[in-house]
Ligand binder design. Structure first.
Ligand SMILES: Cc1cc2nc3c(=O)[nH]c(=O)nc-3n(C[C@H](O)[C@H](O)[C@H](O)COP(=O)(O)OP(=O)(O)OC[C@H]3O[C@@H](n4cnc5c(N)ncnc54)[C@H](O)[C@@H]3O)c2cc1C
Length: 429
């Protein structure tokens, strides 16, 4: 049965879902609305791990993604003088399920978003060529547009849009990220607040021009005052800067709602004099074009759907960037949601209930976090010294696998296997 589906958000999960839906049934009418005026390709390196890899293979995109992967060679921990404290290598897919900071499949977020977006459009073009355009389904992206209200029931959803349009859909998919407004509209303020589990850390990402001498290693610097700074260059012309802070949570929460200029001012002030190359990194703040800051949280919900509104990816189960599993979880979710819709035909309710159950084990694994994030955010010089010494010992003793406990991820070898959906007409993984 073909459905009239609205997807909110053209990040990773939204376009991936469109690819699976079209592959299963070209007659679906799919509309994707994206709040940004154009495809939002900001973001730094994201990881693809575990079940995300066979899913990309099934989409026929693994080689494309491989070719776009960044060439990071591992991670160095440095002290305030830039002196090497510890070195960690790359975690290969075949060695322990891809754990650690640098994994084998690291890609710039914008590259992956673009690959999935382009694939969905090309697929549509091919369908239209083969079947014509009359009554054969559609895929429409609408940028600079969002949903303002939803009237949800078990039969369908009436949607009001920011441009004044009103439409009815069989299904609305909230793929609008960690701060999902679809979640708030469908589950209410209380449901939203309950789902949002803050880690107590705030982060900002941006890029500045690379300077001579910056190699292909990520660099990690632990500072006093619960601050942590990371840069990543890999083989790209820009240096990715990551700032993390684990204090003044209320203040930063408020600041995230301010203008970008105001946000930059507060972050600049908070990291000034933090040590190492922080002042140089802060100097690049004024001119950076891809500023992105948010509160790090995990989204945990008993149900990912209500009526005919369903949440997908970070909107429903963000594991937080600390796990490096957000992209993998969103691909797993998109695959299973489309698979269950294809399998259950007219019975959309059954499809949603199965989607709500089947991916729980991998999503729970994706959400496994270090027992105490706080230990990575020492307040004092002594705390930094202890942390650096621990990193030195782990790296020096070649105990990289212990790092896995700091950045946990599902073990491929013991983990959950993706179900097969012949109904999706995909390649064999
Ligand atoms: C700009 C940006 C940068 C990121 N950078 C990193 C990073 O460096 N490292 C990392 O680990 N993770 C990063 N992430 C998160 C990462 O992309 C996700 O964890 C993961 O890929 C799952 O993707 P998703 O599609 O569920 O969510 P997202 O990738 O967050 O995509 C959500 C999409 O929905 C859009 N959207 C949001 N609200 C609305 C609305 N009300 N109406 C319509 N559209 C809406 C957003 O603009 C975005 O395009 C970033 C996300 C964004 C949006």
């Amino acid at each position: 049965m073909s459905l009239n589906i609205l997807v909110v958000g053209a990040g990773v999960a939204g376009p991936a879902l469109a690819v699976f839906l079209q592959s299963a049934n070209p007659k679906h009418n799919i509309t994707i609305v994206e709040r940004y005026p154009l495809l939002r390709v900001a973001g730094q390196q994201i990881d693809l791990k575990s079940q995300g890899i066979p899913i990309l293979k099934k989409m026929g995109l693994l080689e494309t993604v491989k070719a776009l992967c960044v060439a990071e060679k591992g991670a160095d921990v440095v002290d305030t003088n830039g002196k090497l404290v510890a070195h960690f290598g790359i975690n290969k897919a075949a060695e322990g399920g891809q754990r650690g900071l640098t994994s084998e499949y690291e890609i710039m977020r914008g590259d992956l978003v673009d690959v999935l977006y382009q694939r969905s459009l090309k697929q549509r073009e091919e369908i239209n060529k083969e079947l014509g355009t009359e009554g054969t389904g559609s895929l429409t992206y609408e940028f600079g547009k969002t949903v303002t209200s939803l009237d949800n029931s078990d039969e369908g959803v009436d949607v009001n849009f920011s441009d004044g349009q009103k439409k009815r859909y069989d299904l609305v998919v909230g793929a609008d990220g960690q701060g999902s407004r679809t979640r708030k509209m469908a589950f209410g303020q209380d449901g939203n607040d309950e789902a949002f589990n803050s880690i107590g850390v705030h982060t900002a990402y941006y890029s500045i021009p690379r300077v001579e001498g910056e190699g292909e290693m990520a660099q990690l610097f632990f500072s006093t005052g619960s601050r942590f700074v990371m840069t990543r260059n890999s083989d790209r012309p820009m240096t990715q800067v990551y700032l993390f802070i684990m204090k003044d949570s209320e203040r930063f929460r408020t600041v995230h709602r301010e203008t970008i200029e105001k946000q930059k001012e507060v972050w600049r002030e908070s990291f000034k004099g933090a040590g190492w190359q922080t002042d140089r990194l802060l100097a690049g703040l004024s001119s950076c074009q891809d500023w992105y800051a948010h509160e790090i949280a995990q989204i945990k919900m008993k149900s990912w759907y209500t009526g005919r509104v369903v949440l997908l990816g970070d909107a429903g189960y963000s594991p937080s960037p600390f796990t490096g599993m957000g992209t993998t979880a969103s691909l797993v979710g998109a695959y299973i949601l489309a698979g269950e819709l294809a399998r259950n035909g007219k019975n959309v309710g059954a499809a949603l209930e199965n989607y709500n159950q089947i991916p729980r084990p991998p999503i729970d694994e994706c959400q496994r976090m270090p027992s105490s994030v706080g230990k990575f955010f020492p307040t004092s010089k002594v705390g930094v010294w202890i942390l650096n010494k621990s990193a030195w010992a782990l790296a020096g003793l070649r105990l990289d696998e212990r790092i896995a406990r700091w950045f946990p991820a599902p073990k491929q070898e013991t983990g959950w296997k993706i179900p097969e959906y012949p109904e999706l007409n995909l390649e064999k993984a």
